[in-house]
Design a protein around this ligand. Structure first.
Ligand SMILES: [Zn+2]
Length: 295
């Protein structure tokens, strides 16, 4: 506070007088006290300004989905690896030539590092989903830091690379945590926009229909490779998504495809018909209607 008062009041407001009349020093020290409140509000205003200027960066730290042109989506699987289910899922993804993203639990990584290594080798992305799945929103910074660091290390040991993505368990994270985690670990915070609530085990048909109903271009689809019903739902879910024209990429690839909303060349018309949900693959920003390729 004292530093700010000096910075704001002395150097800007009273420099001329100070240099000319040293005897006024006493006057100014009294004035400083009087201006304390004003300086405080300046400080608050600065704080606000910083918050505001940081706000536009927020989307580059946290993602629920990605605004892009093209039929791209990211399938994400949390809480694994599971000894039995994750290899089955990896077989299925390989058969479809689909790249997905796995948000793994550190404890499970140390139990089955070979499964995480396989996923990474086969082109899937590995993200940090904490060590033991606690609620970050209710934890101390040190507790969160330890959860993330141990898992970061376990992933590095298993795959040779450190993750660049993090998903907080339950999606629970404070704004403060988002920022220091991003600063310290370099992570992007990945949430989701499609949630089939598969952890409630509603059955494969429901998991599939929920995913098919909600997924749109740029979607980040949440599910869990620790529930048998989810793995059971996946063959027909992936078939149906492919039939709708969707293409599958990792979350980091999806983020790299992001385009600013303002500069989107061809905004989609409103409506919820499934035909509208599938964009044409038209990477050129200049409209070339005749040359528009098929999905
Ligand atoms: Zn989870």
């Amino acid at each position: 506070m004292a530093h700010l008062i000096n910075g704001v009041c002395w150097t800007r407001g009273f420099r001329v007088q100070r240099s000319g009349l040293m005897s006024l020093y006493v006057y100014f020290t009294t004035l400083i006290a009087a201006l304390g409140l004003a300086a405080e509000s300046i400080s608050a205003a600065h704080g606000k300004a910083r918050e505001h200027s940081a706000a536009p960066e927020e989307p580059s730290i946290t993602f629920n989905s990605v605004h892009l042109d093209g039929p791209y989506i990211a399938m994400t699987f949390d809480d694994g690896p599971s000894e039995k289910l994750t290899p089955k899922l990896l077989d299925l993804l390989a058969a479809h030539h689909i790249k997905a993203t796995f948000f793994v639990i550190g404890e499970n990584v140390t139990e089955h590092p070979e499964i995480v290594a396989r996923a990474a080798q086969e082109g899937h992305e590995i993200g940090n989903h904490s060590w033991s799945h606690p609620n970050f929103g209710k934890m101390s910074d040190d507790g969160v830091r330890s959860q993330l660091q141990r898992t970061d290390d376990a992933i590095k040991n298993a795959t040779g690379e450190r993750p660049t993505l993090m998903r907080p368990p339950y999606g629970s994270i404070t704004a403060h945590e988002k920022h220091w985690i991003h600063d310290e670990f370099g992570y992007r915070i990945i949430l989701w926009d499609v949630d089939p609530y598969d952890w409630k085990r509603p059955g494969p048909a429901v998991v599939r229909s929920r995913i098919l109903k909600e997924t749109q271009p740029g979607s980040i689809v949440l599910s869990h490779d620790i529930h048998p019903g989810t793995i059971e739902a996946m063959p027909s879910t992936l078939d149906a998504l492919e039939a709708k024209g969707f293409k599958f990429v990792t979350v980091s690839e999806l983020i790299r495809m992001a385009v600013p909303k303002a500069s989107r060349p061809s905004p989609q018309p409103g409506g919820n018909a499934s035909t509208n949900a599938i964009p044409e693959v038209s990477p050129s920003p200049t409209p070339t209607p005749q040359a528009s390729p098929a999905r």
